[in-house]
Design a protein around this ligand. Structure first.
Ligand code: NAG
Ligand code: NAG
Ligand code: NAG
Length: 504
């Protein structure tokens, strides 16, 4: 950051304090207000996790009133056992059907929510409404986490490490043989470096550094990509046949990213091609016709995306999204809850006609033309973050998981305007959503601090200063706050007590 902009934001902070605070408070040391700022400015100095939506099993980790769960809210650091005011940082977040997991920058993993299959990794089957560190992984430095419907997988390195053991995979929960984290090699050799893992409803796929995928779990719809379906739990096997062209023999393809949907899987090759396999009854595989009834048993290239370099793919329950380098977003599959973002009745389907065909798309459709940075698919909703820092969602919205609007279905990309900071990760689960944001600059740090203290009495003043100084996220948050108050959804107490997550 340039010197001028630092002083600009110090000026903004002083200005804000000057406008809203008693005179003696202006004398307050800047560092006391914004905390540690001596680090490199591009290194996040604070991050926050916002969670909202369905909370049946405590998966939002939030306390307070039910009515507020539609509004994204920061989980306070104290909830994770960090001292109040600590600049806790986060690396990753994932949502399962009804559970949530987050990785802190010290390598510890926290889980909360539903636990009927041991997916929290604490050895019990009791759901938990607040985050707790996964004890069994304390000897590991966790780097990333993925939540399936009822299972969890994490990639970690031993803390005591002579440099020879690199990213290993741990799994637990439904179909994983343990309700404690279990070291898992599967079909890979023990020293294979795992770079990504994705959990579906009943299957899991892990990616090695060499670009190989191994898959295990159930295979009733061909979601393990083996060329056949079978009953019962299957051990891990490496996928080595990818159908690049249907009239040529399948070959091995180097994969760079994978995502599991409910009963389907999508992966990106190093050339930016998308391969899909498993159940395709709703068009979620993106092919005009399928090789095996309603299924595709081998990974098959999505030819409709030919010539488009895909960098990100995400699978929901019955839909799939893919984003390009430039941030174009394509979606296909079932759109009955609005999860394609194409509006009602805009589907097109070339096989299996059914009553709901008007909601289905079996070939990729452009949803957002540009500027998408991150995408996450929940069971029936989709979240994206944009280059300008805004978050949009669409799809099933009964619990407010997809959008600020109050409708049951959000048919088109709609704003989620409650988060400040730079979006690092989006996560979407069965009916809940989570966003991880970082503050990398003094400006963002100021926004965070001010956002924590916005109340009814000063929301419009802060909004005014924030929008005049380009603190867009803060301005939007203030705007939303006033809107909701005017809408009469929430009483004053609810809003003014924005940090109630820690109370009672
Ligand atoms: C907004 O007002 C509340 C009290 O109503 C106060 O605690 C808070 O510090 C104010 N925020 C700012 C940024 O002045
Ligand atoms: C979320 O669910 C948990 C567990 O059912 C409950 O204790 C908690 O109060 C809920 N939070 C809200 C804000 O309703
Ligand atoms: C926010 O409020 C807390 C106490 O409510 C106070 O200590 C802090 O200085 C305030 N920060 C800002 C930026 O107004």
């Amino acid at each position: 950051m340039k010197f001028q902009s630092v002083s600009f934001w110090v000026y903004l902070l002083v200005l804000l304090l000057g406008v809203f605070k008693r005179r003696d408070r202006i004398e307050m040391d800047i560092n006391e207000i914004v905390g540690e700022t001596k680090r490199s400015v591009n290194f996040p100095t604070k991050s926050a996790i916002y969670v909202w939506g369905y909370n049946q099993s405590g998966q939002t980790g939030r306390k307070g009133k039910d009515g507020q769960l539609r509004i994204p809210k920061q989980l306070p650091p104290e909830l994770f056992g960090c001292p109040a005011g600590a600049n806790a940082r986060w690396l990753d977040i994932a949502c399962g059907r009804e559970h949530t997991a987050a990785v802190a920058s010290d390598g510890s993993l926290f889980t909360w929510g539903a636990n009927e299959f041991g997916q929290l990794g604490d050895g019990t089957e009791d759901s938990r409404k607040y985050p707790k560190k996964v004890k069994q992984l304390e000897t590991e430095f966790v780097k990333s986490v993925s939540c399936g419907a009822h299972c969890t997988a994490a990639i970690a390195e031993p803390r005591q490490n002579d440099g020879t053991i690199l990213s290993r995979l741990w799994v637990w929960g439904q179909n994983q043989g343990s309700n404690y984290p279990r070291l898992f090699c599967g079909a890979f050799s023990p020293n294979t470096i795992i770079c990504q893992v994705s959990c579906g409803a009943v299957h899991v796929v892990a990616l090695s550094e060499d670009g190989l995928l191994q898959a295990w779990g159930y295979n009733e719809y061909g979601q393990l990509g083996r060329g056949f379906t079978c009953e019962g739990l299957q051990g891990a096997r490496v996928i080595n046949a990818y159908a690049k062209f249907l009239d040529e023999a399948p070959e091995l393809v180097k994969i760079t990213q994978v995502s599991c949907g409910e009963y389907h899987t999508a992966a990106i090759s190093e050339k930016g091609e998308v391969y899909t396999w498993g159940l395709g009854n709703m068009g979620q595989l993106g092919h005009t016709s399928l090789q095996s009834g309603d299924k595709e048993l081998l990974p098959r290239r999505v030819v409709a995306l030919d010539g488009i370099f895909i960098k990100d793919v995400a699978c929901g329950g019955v839909h799939t999204c893919a984003a390009t380098q430039k941030g174009a977003l394509y979606a296909w599959g079932g759109g009955q809850a609005g999860q394609l973002g194409l509006g009602p009745q805009t589907g097109s389907f070339s096989f299996i006609p059914s009553e709901s065909e008007s909601f289905l798309r079996n070939i990729p459709a452009l949803v957002v033309p540009t500027d998408v940075q991150h995408v996450a698919c929940g069971h029936s909703h989709t979240l994206v973050s944009m280059r300008d820092g805004r978050i949009h969602g669409w799809g099933y919205n009964s619990y407010g998981q997809a959008a600020n609007e109050k409708s049951t279905y959000a048919w088109y990309p709609s704003p989620v305007d409650w988060c400040v900071g730079e979006v690092r990760k989006l996560a979407a689960g069965g009916g809940h959503s989570a966003v991880l944001t970082d503050a990398c600059s003094l400006k963002e740090l100021c926004e965070f601090r001010l956002a924590e203290n916005v109340t009814l009495s000063n929301a419009s003043e802060i909004e005014d200063v924030a929008s005049r100084t380009g603190a867009d996220a803060l301005a939007r948050l203030c705007g939303r706050l006033r809107e909701h108050l005017l809408g009469g959804d929430l009483d004053y107490e609810d809003i003014s007590n924005r940090k109630d997550g820690t109370n009672n």
